[in-house]
Design a protein around this ligand. Sequence first.
Ligand code: NAG
Ligand code: NAG
Ligand code: NAG
Ligand code: NAG
Ligand code: NAG
Ligand code: NAG
Ligand code: NAG
Ligand code: NAG
Length: 496
Amino acid sequence: MTSVWKYLVLFCVFIPVFRALNSNDILIIVSYDAFRNEYFDRGVTNFTNELRKNSTRSKFMRNIFPTKTFPNHHSIATGVYSDDHGVTGNEFYDFELEKPFNYSYEMFHYRSEIVPIWILNEVSGGNSGCMMWPGSDYLYNGISCTHKQHFNMSENLHERVDQVMGWITNKTSPANLVMLYIEDPDNHAHAFGPESQQITDLVGKLDKMTEYLYKKIKEKSLESRVSVVHLSDHGMDSLQLTNVVDLTKIIKHKVSYYGNTPVMQIVPVNSSELDEIYKELKEASESTQKFKVYLNSELPDRWHFHNKYRVGPITIVAELKYGFHDMIDAAKWYEKAFNITFNMTNKYGVHGYDNALESMHPIFFAYGSRIKSFNEVEPFDTVDLYYLFCEILGLPVPDYLKGNRDNVMGILKSEDGARRMNRWVVLSASIILSSMLVSVLMIFMKIWRRNRSNIPSYLYEEDTTVLDDTKILNSTSQPPTLSTPLATSSTRFNAF
Ligand SMILES: *[C@@H]1O[C@H](CO)[C@@H](O)[C@H](O)[C@H]1NC(C)=O
Ligand SMILES: *[C@@H]1O[C@H](CO)[C@@H](O)[C@H](O)[C@H]1NC(C)=O
Ligand SMILES: *[C@@H]1O[C@H](CO)[C@@H](O)[C@H](O)[C@H]1NC(C)=O
Ligand SMILES: *[C@@H]1O[C@H](CO)[C@@H](O)[C@H](O)[C@H]1NC(C)=O
Ligand SMILES: *[C@@H]1O[C@H](CO)[C@@H](O)[C@H](O)[C@H]1NC(C)=O
Ligand SMILES: *[C@@H]1O[C@H](CO)[C@@H](O)[C@H](O)[C@H]1NC(C)=O
Ligand SMILES: *[C@@H]1O[C@H](CO)[C@@H](O)[C@H](O)[C@H]1NC(C)=O
Ligand SMILES: *[C@@H]1O[C@H](CO)[C@@H](O)[C@H](O)[C@H]1NC(C)=O
């Protein structure tokens, strides 16, 4: 009985104090889809360039293969490669479930123990705000972001910043982590090409949005608490329709194509024809030098692209500036969406190529209360970022991460003496306070019990009441932990 009370008191006093201690820091992660490093040199990002000088920056980040949106956003959010998180493309065929996936619950639920940073933050007592971030539409182990906005291209950039600031300043559940996604410059660069004036203008608009974000942070007097990580998922290159390789002219057998330029998954209709199909592709690859072809066993290890259910059996990857016949349909789609007409020499934007290529590299810089100023770090991997996020938010680090913590620790200010002191003072004070409260309560209980012995027992059933309360406590108010996955592999596809 006393132990129940002890836990209750610990729960009521210690946890909130501990949370308050850790929740002082606010982290905003801003992703500008397909922002390539060269855009900083176009003379339209004056604010951002000054901010970068003042921040910790790197010349680029090393993203994951394929350099596509969903795989990379999910690696930023989970700290693992597509081998482990299972998002091997924006679309792909899954051999376990025997069906193709596009953006869906199943796409983002490959291993239930691997959860995005916004879920780890929630189960640790924080409040996450997810602004259109890929994969944030779904529950993970039954949990989702406290604040959430589904993808909506009509919501303009300033509106998104306002909404996000509203989450952070929310009185009842203030967000301490925000994932802010912007679909541009990707969206327009696909249609107009990264070299176009449209993209230069758009990059200028993104600069204004970034400036607006900092203006709002200042207005709310949050500078001493906020750290902002600015990044992209991949870069962008261009392609002309003259450089399209028509695979249907190369492959003589019946196959299904999944994915899109420049990475495609080729699945024979008759699996015993695999060798012949591979041979046809290999010959064309060698004679044209426009693409590479891989069996699963031949995929380079540096891609961490060995997911046995969601890759292969044949993967083809176009060389830079080349693409496959799906581009013809894509061009038609963009013509309609943007009211433009393509000819054979139009350049339009493509990404997804080998992550070793410079034009595929994403941007990184960070600025704020926990970040070193006027600092540059060596390029690091997007899977390393999870360590940085955990450190800023004071979250426990999962043991399955695939990044390297040392690569990102140079981004953070060393914890200064005052801060460390503060941490210890609050920690000690909360332990003493908890113990004192437990003692007082125990004395109180003893007195209460003594007085109560005069009351007939049927008026009051000590054990049942307390036990019932405990049951309620256990069943409803216990925060779910990461070590108890609620969605097992057999149930992971019907939870939504
Ligand atoms: C950006 O800075 C350059 C040089 O400092 C200046 O010429 C230009 O007018 C500025 N652009 C804007 C949009 O403020
Ligand atoms: C960058 O730092 C300089 C000098 O400390 C300061 O004057 C300027 O306002 C800062 N700019 C931004 C965008 O943070
Ligand atoms: C996604 O897949 C579903 C079912 O396979 C299909 O109906 C839908 O058109 C696809 N959406 C896109 C954007 O490809
Ligand atoms: C998308 O955003 C626009 C502009 O804010 C709004 O008018 C519209 O209702 C939103 N659509 C949905 C489905 O939320
Ligand atoms: C604060 O956030 C909660 C949870 O999303 C929401 O229900 C509430 O309306 C918000 N409060 C304000 C003042 O926006
Ligand atoms: C599959 O291919 C093999 C080898 O070419 C052939 O012998 C077999 O008849 C094919 N099966 C079907 C169902 O077409
Ligand atoms: C599409 O563009 C053409 C010519 O550039 C213009 O006449 C037409 O009004 C546009 N259509 C829409 C729906 O914007
Ligand atoms: C193709 O389109 C571009 C952009 O619309 C234009 O500048 C170019 O002259 C066109 N080329 C031909 C051959 O029509």
